[in-house]
Ligand binder design. Sequence first.
Ligand code: NAD
Length: 433
Amino acid sequence: MMKITVIGSGYVGLVAGACFASRGIKVCCVDKDLNKINLLSSGKIHIHEPGLEEIVAHAISSKHISFAQNLDSIHDSDAIFLAVGTPSSETGEADISGVIAAAEEIAEIAKRDTILVTKSTVPVGTAKKLQDLLKAKRSDIKFSIVSNPEFLREGSAVKDFLQPDRIVLGCTNSEAMEVLKNIYAPITAKDIPVLCTDNQTAELIKYASNSYLAMRIAFINEIADLCENIGADVEEVATGMGYDARIGRHYLHAGPGYGGSCFPKDTLAISHFANSINCPLNIVNTVIKSNDERKERIAKRITAKLKAANIKTVAVLGLAFKTDTDDMRESISLNVIPQLIEAGFIVKAFDPSHPLEAKALWEGKITFTNSTEEALNNAEVAVILTEWSEFKLLQPKDFINSMQVARILDMRNLYSAKKMKAAGIDYSSIGRV
Ligand code: NAD
């Protein structure tokens, strides 16, 4: 039976660990946060990710997964996956200190040749950096670094991990490559392409992919602005573009600007890296600027509209950066809510995932409700920030019956503008008049 250790049990590490365990691999998920380890050991999970709790519970009962704060499991692991965070530093550079710290801990205790897999998103050149560092610390042991970027999306992470579009493996050591292919064999059995390449190409594939997707979102958002100016409909523009097989429909949904733990930080990181080698990426730089400015502009636009309408009570629907997750990193709610608080509105917010970060930031400043109905009750406007399907299912009467004034600012284009307006709702959305 193959055995692995996954270091970092967050959105990526826990999903990867649980999914590998569900395919028969013996996995130890490690995290330095003891609270997480205790919770996970009891079969509960600390994040909102559809289907994950069930897989974890099943893997615990079949004894395929265990959780630990220490690194004892590395001694009989076929490979060690690093899935620790790589947040933006102040300069925009990816902060890989967590990856380095974990590698150093491994170097201190490793007893035999070791395969280290970087699943964290790491800048080009990180594999080489790790290789040099480990060689300097332990010349008695051979470390093979495999760059294996992860492409899962929060909200559909389990499906994305088990049915990926591709697996990317970057490594120059053919034996390590074979071990990784074996670990992935239960997943790749169903005709999933495996791209085997060198480390830095693998590292760059991840950044190039995320920058490209971020660019599509920023692009359609600018087209949405144009639509608002000329009275066109951005949803129909995107549909018309998407029918073109060269373009496709994905990542052409106009909205308040992209957020999350990946696009903002990865675009910044690749831009920083490219600048550092004197090869600036003008398109990526423009995408970053366009998105940052948009989020601030959207927040200001919401506040200005509410002030102009003399509103006091606001229902905010959605706090997470996207549907089906509790992750609030770089969410538009972080731009909007502080402005609403500052402007003195009474804010009632509901997010189906009840993000802990929101409580930590705004407890006592806004009211957190337990349902959409409770948030809408007596509100004078509903501001929709996240595209949860339970919000999509709301009908005009749900707003009309609960609210003091049926008014909606829909930043996710969840409804037919025609239907809402026909029902007498004061409705505005993105890129549609
Ligand atoms: P996260 O913050 O949810 O999880 C990271 C975990 O690592 C935390 O639980 C932290 O306690 C733990 N940790 C940090 N240093 C440690 C150490 N030395 N030893 C043990 N545990 C340690 O982060 P995430 O969202 O899972 O992202 C992890 C990496 O995967 C990042 O590089 C990210 O860019 C990349 N990634 C994320 C996504 C996503 O959708 N979240 C998708 C693809 C790739």
